[in-house]
Design a protein around this ligand. Sequence first.
Ligand code: AMP
Length: 706
Amino acid sequence: MAADGERMGASAQRTLEEAAQRADALRQEIERNTYLYYALDAPEISDAAYDSLMRELRSLEAAYPQLATDDSPTKRVGGYVEKQFTPVRHAERMYSLDNAMDEAELIEWMRGIEELYGHLPALCCELKIDGSSIALTCRGGLLVQAATRGDGTTGEDVTANVMNVKDIPRALRPGSLDVAADPDAPLEVRGEIYMPKASFEALNREAEAEGRKPFANPRNAAAGSLRQKDPAITASRDLATFLYAISDNAALKLKGQWELLQWLKEAGFHVNPDVQLCQSREEVLAFCAASLEKRGSLPYEIDGVVVKVNDFALQDAAGFTSRAPKWAIAFKFPPEEKTTLLRAITVQVGRTGVLTPVAELEPVAVAGSVVARATLHNEDEVHRKDVRVGDTVIVRKAGDVIPEVLGPVITLRPEGALPWEAPKTCPSCGSRVIREEGEAQLRCVSIDCPAQALERLLHWVSRDAMDIDGMGEEIVGRLVEVGRMSDVADFYSLTEEELACLKMGRTNKEGEAITLGHTVAAKLISAIEASKERDFARVVCGLGIRHIGKNTAAQLVEVYPSMEALKDASEEELTAVHGIGERAAASIWAFLRTPDNVDVINRLERAGVAMAAIRMEGEDRAQTLAGLTFVLTGTLTELRMSRDEAADALKAYGAKVSSSVSKKTSFVAVGDNPGSKYDKAVKLGVPVLDEAQLKAVLDTGEPPVI
Ligand code: AMP
């Protein structure tokens, strides 16, 4: 069920020898990590990165069946039995689950199920708890033994430790064995043992304070806590369980999974409340989508949804493969980490001349979107991470966070891969590159650098600055190439005619040069015209002054609402503005005294660009939200507003809007697919507003009542 072609592109065209070498290297690396993970509970790479290596090996073995080996890690359930624990043979084998890596694979599986039975039977959907499997044996209604999954056939006896897990009953509730086929026979109850996110974080904070190695994730923390030699240590850890199965369904006179979950609850076990008995494909898909959305807000980790044929008789008819039941599937959420190939490290020149190394990756789907590039920030970062061209690297993208290269899988490094060397000259203009003392960034010293000019122009038209719709990189790039533009004032002398005739450097089928045309040109001219009335803070931000971004520009403009006033301010006065440090003050002061910049500002003013704050709608409103700080996260779907628009509307009532959550935050307003800010709000106990509550605030201007 693994998704083939995880890495898109050239990876398929390997010679057999290359494929064999790669498969071998992957197997060794997977084996090493399996040992680190299961035996030592101390993985070096994340589960997602491990899965990614496993998927690559699986697709190699599928593409080159002659390379498959009997002892390949792709054929195993996973898990080790450590000698320090007594081995326990499971009453019935503990299987793994097959995976559906995306909706298409899940639909495919459901289609197969429908074919198998001649109709789609009821499917029981449960959350896939990201913990460690546990098997609890009860005899005569009393808990007598607990074991890990181990290799599926034999696990480890962890009874003494499990007796310290608070939510596991020592005895079944009276009457629960009334449905047992034989009340005296042993009964093996199965499920997942996990550590809540908050307890995991507390445990790691404690470990760090005491100089111990932290756990990589809650799952390893749970497994590690369970496999302690000293049960007192397990007792000190916050572990919890969700139970969802028994080893032999015939042991109880129940018809299916749904009834079993009810029985487990009545018997006194903890059962996850998020279950649904679905009658159609659509219901299953909706449950999966809703669970993915819920993922971040649950107090424990989940990594997918398990879909099970509900009826036990139908389950028996389907049976098992060598490693997993055919009647169930794990729909895995898009992993937030993947491995891929680092093809090259290029250098991007920013508008202030900063040189940024960028990882050019073999495109890979991470957390639902394709990642082909990721910033490596600066020279020191590249060396600290020790990423080299040709490396297999781990890429992470969580929620709405920018993709990040975490580091290389060292053992898969090709021979001869060299450490990256920073350029000595600017890749755009060939000028000298310097690194100022105390700075991490390399910088191009030339003021005529075309890459810097392009970036400055793009910054001016960007959404945070003048927001000139339609004026993108391709058009601005062409205008620079043809020598029509060199600074931001040049936008305002463009005519519709010359834009319409601008050749885009491409040809049509007939070999004629493609031009922008009148429709696009007219739209651009009206967008440029509209930009003349933008708020003055946007102009200040758009000028691209070093150390002055969107927020600092807004703070400056609050005190100095016109270019006149800004020019008159001394460096000292500028430093006194809230949010403006010495470096920013020195930078803006010098900028406004550089003749070239003064010339650009004068030309902008002559063109009609507003050089003073225009009274915003709502400015006269009562400042009913003064003193409150809001943070916005997620997409405001119901409000049909961008976060910036909502922020402006809140500010009009005097509220502050911040980009990060702290104890001082008054409210966090949450839209669809919220990011980590939501988790942080929950952690810090900051009140959370949904879209309806935010709407009420915007409509009335009244602070929310929680
Ligand atoms: P994997 O370890 O990725 O092969 O996934 C299979 C494992 O998922 C099982 O062995 C269980 O430990 C675990 N799991 C978590 N939640 C559930 C659930 N609701 N139903 C079945 N298995 C689950």
